[in-house]
Design a binder for this molecule. Structure first.
Ligand code: NAP
Ligand code: G4F
Length: 331
């Protein structure tokens, strides 16, 4: 039985990846942060008591800032595949917390790679790189496009990208970069723009709220469905040779387009409900990200099927169910 370790297992992608790997017969280990409240809502449905016979999903406390803990865990778990998804992943927040973002999102990658090297673990390593690394470089962007990050988050991801490549080149490690364009789902964090919009639409339709405050509506993004993207991560680690791949839909929508699609699906007029709030602007913006994933299609057979309009609608539907449940619970 193959064994995988996922950092960031409590996040959007980590939860879909854990499901996917369990479905393929893996034993899955996840790193979680100790918190005073429960932070496992995205994985509660796949959790099994480790005392149960045949349990294949295990959680371990750990932190990307704690290198010695990573050494201990890796040497105890001995994974065949390590999916490094843990990060402070919010671009706007990275301007407020640049040092913390560098420490976790950037140096966290080095701590994990170095832990693998120190214990001589023979495993395959996936680095969650990001289209945010392209930043100001105009689209379409592919694996050969120069990086020009526009945020502390983007800069930290560029560092992580080069550390993964360096461990591949210097130490012969099987380390790959998945350069993923924006991918969303009903499990997306509530402060990323797509989920903020679909949740806002659902709550307005359910009568729980009236107004949705947003920042820059002109930014262009290439939004795909997270559930499909985790399959691409796995495919990268099954290739004969380690390499770097872009995953994207290749389509382009503005934030305004996403707003229109989401409100229209709910039968609402967005202009009656959306207001501008400058607090959601960034000191430097990434104007347009549109990916060219032809290398992943040719070499891995991976292709995005769910495109932005369908994604927006399925997210609105999921959020509306939740909003209605809240209305019912209030009597
Ligand atoms: P997410 O929902 O924000 O999840 C981030 C995960 O990292 C959570 O499990 C979080 O734990 C964990 N984490 C944060 N800081 C940590 C720390 N110091 N130590 C240990 N764990 C920590 O992100 P996502 O959307 O699933 O994205 C997964 C990865 O792909 C991230 O590295 C992200 O930067 C990258 N990425 C995402 C996209 C996208 O569009 N979603 C695109 C390109 C790249 P808590 O639950 O405790 O907060
Ligand atoms: O949803 P966002 O916060 O995502 P962003 O900045 O593109 O980053 C996401 O995708 C990256 C891949 O390219 C990941 F690496 C990263 O971890 C994260 O998952 O913002 C998208 C756009 C931006 O241009 C932002 O300025 O939406 C614009 N926007 C407009 N109003 C807003 C808002 N973004 C947020 N979060 N909140 C708003 O109210």
């Amino acid at each position: 039985m193959k064994r995988a370790l996922i950092t960031g297992v409590t996040g959007q992608d980590g939860s879909y990846l854990a499901e996917f790997l369990l479905g393929r017969g893996y034993e899955v280990h996840g790193l979680i942060r100790r918190a005073s409240t429960f932070n496992t809502s995205r994985i509660d449905h796949i959790y099994t008591d480790p005392h149960e016979e045949g349990a294949r999903f295990f959680l371990h406390y750990g932190e990307l800032t704690d290198g010695s803990r990573l050494v201990t865990l890796l040497s105890r778990i001995q994974p065949d595949e390590v999916y490094h998804l843990g990060a402070q992943s919010h671009v706007r927040v990275s301007f407020d917390e640049p040092e913390y973002t560098g420490d976790t999102t950037g140096v966290g990658t080095t701590r994990l790679l170095e832990a693998i090297r120190m214990i001589g673990l023979d495993c395959r390593f996936y680095q969650a790189s990001s289209s945010e690394m392209f930043g100001a470089t105009p689209p379409p962007q592919n694996e050969l496009t120069p990086f020009h990050p526009r945020s502390p988050y983007g800069a930290a991801k560029v560092y992580g990208y080069w550390m993964a490549r360096n461990y591949r080149e210097a130490h012969g490690m099987y380390a790959v970069n998945g350069i993923l364009f924006n991918h969303e789902s009903p499990r997306r964090g509530e402060t990323f723009v797509t989920r903020k919009i679909t949740r806002g639409v659902a709550r307005i339709k359910a009568g729980l709220e009236e107004t949705l405050y947003l920042g820059n509506l002109d930014a262009v993004r290439d939004w795909g469905y997270a559930k499909e993207y985790v399959e691409g991560m796995w495919a990268m680690l099954q290739a004969d040779e380690p390499d770097d791949y872009v995953l994207a839909t290749g389509t382009a929508y503005t934030v305004r387009d996403f707003v229109e699609i989401a409100f229209e699906h709910a039968g609402l007029d967005w202009e009656k409900h959306v207001r501008f709030d400058e607090r959601y602007l960034r000191p430097s913006e990434v104007d347009a990200l549109i990916g060219d994933a032809s290398k992943a299609a040719d070499e891995l057979g991976w292709k995005a099927e769910v495109l932005t309009p369908e994604l927006a609608r399925l997210m609105v539907d999921a959020d509306y169910e939740t909003a209605l449940a809240e209305v019912r619970s209030k009597g």
